[in-house]
Design a protein around this ligand. Structure first.
Ligand code: BGC
Length: 370
């Protein structure tokens, strides 16, 4: 399904992105009132133009075969980034790139910085970087821009001041990712929508929750932590935080932390928020081991929509998750790399929307992931 969609939309996407620069800069869809709908001839002409532009773009992509792409991933051992990396590689190939090198930063900034130096020495034409530490972005940017190489950051967003420098200096640097505030809000809404009566097992009038955070250096972890709870209070619910721990996006850590918290707080825990699905999978193991049942005496939400988690949402063992669209993000990142090489350029921020996943739409999300 994914592959089919990719090949059908490839030409159009290329045309559109090469023209518009990127999804982030694309003009909003025209909202012509019915009475002013364009004549059929006009529609046909426009369609012909789009097709022509798309085919020119595909021709231009022939040149991509001669270009070297370097990709730095913060850590291969990360469920979500593995999905992202796999899709990125296959889509780069679909665009026509043949010289693609992807390296594992092993969650160590010094290792990754050395890999970036090697890519520069090797004369790569474009770099796609998932930084180990977002706070190292300025140093990375200076190095890469200094070498005259366009740069696409993914997944870990550099701070505002850093993004502003790209615009101020008109550098070929962009960020592709989603706004983590949206994912946190969706997590909170999934819980709030259940209503206080269904959640408040201990009848203290509050939502008693624990928070399992990803890497606190990462803006995704900070925003998801803040905005999941904000969505509850915005819905008029009173909250009580029983525990807040750092699980570093990792299943085993998530499992250990939730086991400890359940041992300490027992039946008072009504909701377990995990900043990602990998940790939610660990949390689920501990919830089961403690004899608790999601949906009956506790609730659990994650982010990412890993296949196993979406299956768990369908069978009721996880309350919900939020789809972190690795397909759209990886395609936008590859398109952005191509846009720099063809001279089309990009905006400095290329966004993507999250999607709430509950029992209502989990099956269709699962189908779209296969
Ligand atoms: C994902 C996490 C992942 C992290 C890596 C987040 O957006 O939700 O699962 O571990 O990115 O930076």
């Amino acid at each position: 399904m994914k592959k089919k969609v990719v090949s059908i939309v490839l030409a159009a996407t290329l045309g559109a992105t090469l023209l518009a620069g990127c999804s982030g800069s694309a003009a909003p869809a025209a909202e012509a009132p019915a009475a002013e709908a364009p004549a059929q001839e006009e529609v046909k002409e426009e369609a012909a133009e789009v097709a022509e532009e798309a085919s020119e773009a595909v021709e231009a992509s022939g040149d991509l075969a001669g270009k070297k792409v370097g990709v730095c991933i913060y850590q291969f051992n990360d469920n979500f980034m593995t999905l992202f990396r796999t899709e990125l590689e296959s889509y780069l190939k679909e665009l026509g790139f043949t010289d693609i090198t992807i390296v594992d930063g092993a969650n160590d900034q010094a290792t990754q910085s050395g890999q970036i130096d090697n890519f520069i020495a090797d004369g790569v034409d474009v770099l796609i970087i998932n930084p180990v530490n977002s706070s190292s972005a300025a140093t990375i940017t200076d190095k890469v821009v200094g070498a005259g190489i366009p740069l696409v950051y993914i997944n870990r967003e550099p701070d505002e001041a850093e993004e502003q420098r790209w615009a101020d200096n008109n550098w070929d640097v962009t960020y592709v990712g989603c706004d983590a505030r949206q994912s946190g809000t969706m997590q909170g809404e999934i819980i709030a929508d259940l209503g206080l009566d269904a959640i408040d097992f201990n009848k203290n009038g509050k939502i008693d929750y624990i928070m399992i955070e990803g890497d606190p250096e990462n803006i995704d972890a900070q925003y998801r932590t803040e905005f999941s709870v904000k969505a509850l209070t915005d819905a008029g619910l009173e909250v009580n935080e029983l525990d807040d721990q750092v699980g570093m996006w990792d299943t085993t850590k998530g499992q250990e932390l939730v086991a400890n918290s359940l041992a300490q707080n027992g039946n008072d825990i009504e909701v377990v928020f995990c900043n990602n699905d990998a940790m939610a999978l660990g949390a689920l193991e501990s919830i089961k081991a403690a004899g608790r049942t999601v949906g009956t005496d506790i609730y659990l939400v994650g982010v990412d929509a890993l296949t196993e988690v979406v299956e768990d949402v369908i069978n009721g063992s996880i309350t919900g998750t939020v789809f972190n669209d690795h397909i759209s993000q990886s395609h936008s990142a590859a398109d952005a790399a191509a846009n720099y090489l063809t001279g089309a350029g990009n905006e400095h921020y290329i966004g993507c929307d999250y999607v709430k996943v509950t029992t209502e739409n989990a099956q269709s999300i699962l189908d779209s992931l296969k």
